[in-house]
Design a protein around this ligand. Structure first.
Ligand code: ADP
Ligand code: ADP
Length: 233
């Protein structure tokens, strides 16, 4: 079953120049799978992801998350949907003034969880990503790989069905990249989280994705099982 469904979705920007960042895209993201979205810089990958987590509204077409048409929701309802989608970033986007535990616990604070419940959940998440020993550290005291694991723990805090990773390994060296990809695979397998990985790196797709979507100039030019797509001449 599809967790995400895009039908005829376009996103046009008019400034600074007119560009159709996403151009008439039809796409289904299956529940329980890891889907890679690959393409060169400017292909429309980030815009596609921002449409899926309702940070952008489409110029035309519809985006359905769990069979709910995001275009029919109020701003208040959209905020609830956004909390159900986890997001990780190339530059980690951690709060520099909060500890590791503070970063991970922040979405739970926003969600209104009480202190005891937050602490228990944060401890569980830090254990899952292997950072229990660094709970009291600040982001500046961590390596890149550790920072991304904090970002991942924070993204998982509200137990999202969907995790969106936007160039999440692009700032990491190959060894650290492998660790983070292993963690994503474990999240998919053990927590059942559906994952969308945006990347310009073929190896990332090859190593963890079930399906791949290739974007060029806002359009999907190819999609299918990773094995099939990469086997094509
Ligand atoms: P990618 O993630 O594949 O690099 P993007 O989705 O970031 O691609 O960008 C696709 C196109 O849309 C680019 O031409 C980019 O300049 C343009 N674009 C993206 N976001 C905006 C925006 N907020 N305003 C104007 N143009 C944008
Ligand atoms: P803030 O000032 O944003 O509350 P803190 O670092 O004091 O930042 O704590 C943020 C969250 O992390 C809180 O929900 C707190 O309960 C939790 N927390 C703090 N330290 C730990 C820890 N060592 N283990 C587990 N949870 C913790």
């Amino acid at each position: 079953p599809a967790l995400v469904r895009l039908a005829g979705v376009s996103k046009q920007f008019d400034r600074p120049t007119a560009v159709r960042a996403v151009d008439n895209v039809d796409l289904e993201i299956n529940s329980g799978e890891i889907t890679g979205v690959i393409g060169y810089s400017g292909a429309g990958k980030s815009t596609l992801v921002r449409l899926i987590n309702a940070l952008e509204r489409p110029t035309s077409g519809s985006v359905l998350l769990d069979d709910v048409d995001l275009g029919k929701l109020s701003e208040r309802e959209l905020n609830r949907v956004r909390a159900e989608v986890g997001m990780i970033f190339q530059q980690f986007n951690l709060f520099a003034s909060r500890t590791v535990a503070g970063n991970v616990g922040y979405p739970l604070k926003l969600a209104g969880l009480g202190r005891a419940e937050r602490e228990a959940r944060v401890a569980e998440l830090l254990d899952f990503v292997g950072l229990s020993a660094r709970a009291g550290a600040y982001p500046s005291q961590l390596s890149g790989g550790q920072k991304q694991r904090v970002g991942i723990a924070r993204a998982l805090a509200t137990r999202p069905k969907l995790l969106l990773a936007d160039e999440a390994t692009s700032a990491l060296d190959p060894e650290t990249t492998a660790d983070v990809l292993d963690l994503l695979r474990r999240i998919n397998r053990d927590l059942g989280t559906t994952i969308v990985v945006i990347t310009h790196e073929m190896d990332v797709v090859r190593s963890i994705c079930d399906r791949v979507v290739v974007m060029e100039q806002g359009r999907i030019v190819e999609q299918g099982d990773v094995f099939d797509v990469f086997a094509r001449p």
